[in-house]
Design a protein around this ligand. Sequence first.
Ligand code: NDP
Length: 462
Amino acid sequence: MRDECSVVNPATEAVIATIPMASIDETDAAVARAKDAGPAWRAVAPTDRARLMRRFAGHVEDHAEELAQLETANVGKPIADSRDEVGMVAEVLHFYAGAVDKHRGATVPVAGGVDLTFHEPLGVVGAIVPWNFPIAITSWKVGPALATGNTIVVKPAELTPLSALRLAELALEAGVPEGVFQVVVGTGPTVGARLTEHPDVAKVAFTGSTAVGREVMRRAAGTIKRVTLELGGKSANIVFADADLERAAAAAPGSVFGNAGQDCCARSRILVERSVFDRFVALFVEAVDAWRVGDPTHPDTQMGPLASARHRQVVAGFLASGMGDPGGGTVETLVTGSVPDGPGFWFPPTVVAPAEPDWRLAREEIFGPVVAVIPFEDEADAVRLANDTPYGLAGSIWTGDGAKALRMARAVDAGNLSVNSNGSVRVQTSFGGMKQSGFGRELGLEALDAYSDVKNVFLATS
Ligand code: NDP
């Protein structure tokens, strides 16, 4: 009997689909189809490839509401967020359609001839996608992979495969040839691990936990695969006394409770200058009280449930007795919002203030709606605390002093920082981590380099 996965709506706990799980042989068959489709795909004239990608983008736009509803039903995220994320998928495809014929090589001045560079496709790309932003993260890998002439096999998380499966159907309907973009549903240890080791897969683009990222890197070493890793984070939202505190506090719930905290860029540590700590916390708690948690299909909802019962247990573990505080001390202030009754994997927005920087909840990625608010003394202390983590993905700096903002932006070790804002991700700009948040960049023109190899050719002229 064939393995199947039951796909559950996290807001209702209803089974909304049953999907057969691919075996290793089926994964190999998908890779073989992707390999066969490669030569014809890379031979498509650049303007025609761009045109096909634009048609795919347009088809996504035509099916935007259907995709958004699917994403909300499968992930439990608010429909307004799903609509934005599907909009981003179309934008990603348009952006990389426009980039197909702009990823240029160079002519290099050398003695005795002419030297040229070409950006060559890698071949078959294996993409491993998590459950927090299933359709958006799929598009971040598919867009640049197809634009640079690769074919791609995507493995979505078994919790959330529906939108990626539909996206691949839409690609086919839009005219993207068979075998160019496939989705294979199966577990990480089977399909994911096979893609990572398969000799005909040239690159693995992975987004997920740092623990599995380490495993991906280790397995990929066997065939010297190119690897990009977008992993976890414990990002800091740094608020100075000279900031617009009302604005910083009003924006803070979205920066950590967005997607129910299941966001690698979540600002799950808020570092606040001690002289304004109490005032900021009061303003922040007011904003958290106004944060709307509930039915994700409602257009005004800002936060839905967590993705699974198992994940809710993991998140709750961080708030067990002693709050993970090695000294077993008690917490002075713990503010929790409310959640709906009844079925669903709900977890309330939770503020721990003040928290100690060495508590487990202030050090590890929780991936849920829990935030540690920590006081700091001065600029140097803020830098020390912000960098006191193995992660380095994102962060925010709130200050009215432009020079301080720039000093901080250079001093904080993270790939994506924002000043007086919490936005980390834009289609046009590169996205990725430092330290154990991974390496390689997605989005922006930089992603084109991550899906191609530079070939150097010297022509003797004498
Ligand atoms: P994982 O890293 O296990 O999952 C991410 C993806 O990797 C999924 O598609 C998963 O497949 C796949 N995978 C799992 N094991 C392997 C393997 N051995 N080889 C190849 N692929 C594999 O994350 P979890 O779902 O377990 O989440 C755990 C924690 O990771 C979260 O609480 C959070 O802290 C962090 N995380 C970070 C994300 C980010 O965006 N940076 C995204 C998701 C999680 P499948 O699930 O189908 O088995």
